[in-house]
Write a protein that binds this ligand. Structure first.
Ligand SMILES: [Zn+2]
Length: 373
């Protein structure tokens, strides 16, 4: 079937049925991810003008590589699968990008160890961690990572999460953010082994994946600074109290300081620092053209990310109110009430009823009750 995306035309195996059928070569649900990738690459080129080469590490249909090549990048597409390599070549030719891109059929970790790239894009099926070391070993500027194994990342598939990410993720009411912070933690620790520090420029958790863009700094002190952003989260399953504890030595709470309950979960090491750079996200938003299929969604996501507070966990207003047996009012009023009570508050990009605040769970309840009176 023929697919058009971001001004390029692709041929992908599969039949045109209702909507667009999902195939191993082309995932239509990731169009937002790919549109934001192109906008991010544009914004990144403004930030670091020597960045020229881009590796599409799991190319499949070649869609990311074709789109980056059409945007002026010096592209390498890699896949171990012979059909994928043939398909990617054909799609590059179809879009007149044959001279700006090459296709390699080989083990991509070997390729990443052999050759430096300015930007590496990892978009595997499932966990990206088996490719992380090779990516950080030689990449110059930016590593972009998609993880689709959200159940392991957020602690819902506990053992798999522990195995893949060398961390203890816990299934909480802020599970997509647990996934985000577990992923960045594992990537930061992989990079640190090469004396490379990571700085998240943009990260989002969208439906069934987490996506992050990490700017690299090749200095041992930068790696140390990244490790300093790691720590633990302690979470009360009864009242949803949570607390962040920086550092690599955990000191879990024995009981909940808010409700005195003992059902405390400890998670970590997770990334506690900011997961995006506000100015950079604004620059990405400005690079999204109207012609992108997900332009409105992408801009809205960027706006939410720009305003989102840096608190390492978010709350879900509906879950809190259900826990308290209280009615939930409109989100904007609710946030205004929190601000009136003297706290910082913002929406979060994790869902329509999610928010961040520097108020604790007891203070949020007080503000909610006061607004109902
Ligand atoms: Zn509690």
């Amino acid at each position: 079937m023929r697919v058009t995306e971001g001004g390029i035309e692709l041929e992908v195996p599969g039949e045109q049925t209702e909507g667009i059928e999902e195939s191993v070569f082309y995932n239509p649900r990731q169009e937002l991810n790919r549109d934001l990738t192109i906008a991010t690459l544009r914004a990144y080129r403004e930030r670091e003008d020597r960045a020229e080469s881009y590796l599409d590490a799991m190319t499949a249909s070649g869609v990311r590589g074709v789109r980056a090549a059409a945007d002026g990048w010096d592209v390498t597409c890699c896949d171990v699968d012979a059909d994928a390599v043939e398909l990617a070549r054909a799609n590059l030719e179809r879009n007149g990008c044959g001279d700006r891109a090459r296709v390699e059929r080989r083990n991509v970790s070997a390729l990443m160890h052999d050759e430096p790239f300015d930007v590496i894009d990892l978009d595997p099926y499932g966990t990206p961690m088996p490719f992380a070391d090779a990516a950080f070993a030689n990449c110059r500027d930016l590593v972009c990572v998609t993880a689709t194994d959200t159940a392991p990342l957020c602690g819902a598939h506990f053992n798999s999460g522990v195995r893949s990410y060398s961390a203890v993720p816990r299934n909480t009411d802020y599970h997509p953010e647990m996934g985000v912070r577990t992923l960045i933690s594992a990537l930061a620790r992989s990079a640190a082994r090469y004396d490379v520090g990571v700085r998240p420029l943009l990260t989002h958790a969208t439906s069934h994946y987490v996506r992050t863009y990490l700017e690299l700094e090749h200095r041992a002190t930068s790696a140390d600074a990244a490790i300093d952003e790691l720590g633990f989260l302690y979470h009360c399953e009864d009242c949803l109290y949570r607390e962040a504890d920086p550092g690599l030595i955990a000191d879990p709470l024995e009981s909940c300081p808010h409700c005195d309950g003992s059902r405390i979960l400890a998670a970590g090491p997770v990334w506690l620092g900011p997961v995006r750079d506000r100015e950079f996200v604004a620059a990405v938003r400005a690079e999204i053209p109207d012609t992108f299929g997900t332009a409105d969604k992408g801009r809205e996501l960027c706006e939410t990310l720009e305003a989102e507070l840096d608190e390492p966990t978010h709350y879900d207003q509906h879950k809190l109110c259900r826990n308290w047996g209280l009615p939930a009012n409109a989100m904007d009023e609710f946030l205004a009430d929190l601000r009136d009570a003297g706290y910082a508050a913002s929406r979060a990009h994790y869902g329509g009823t999610t928010f961040k605040t520097d108020a604790g769970v007891g203070e949020i309840r007080e503000a909610t009750e006061a607004s109902l009176e």
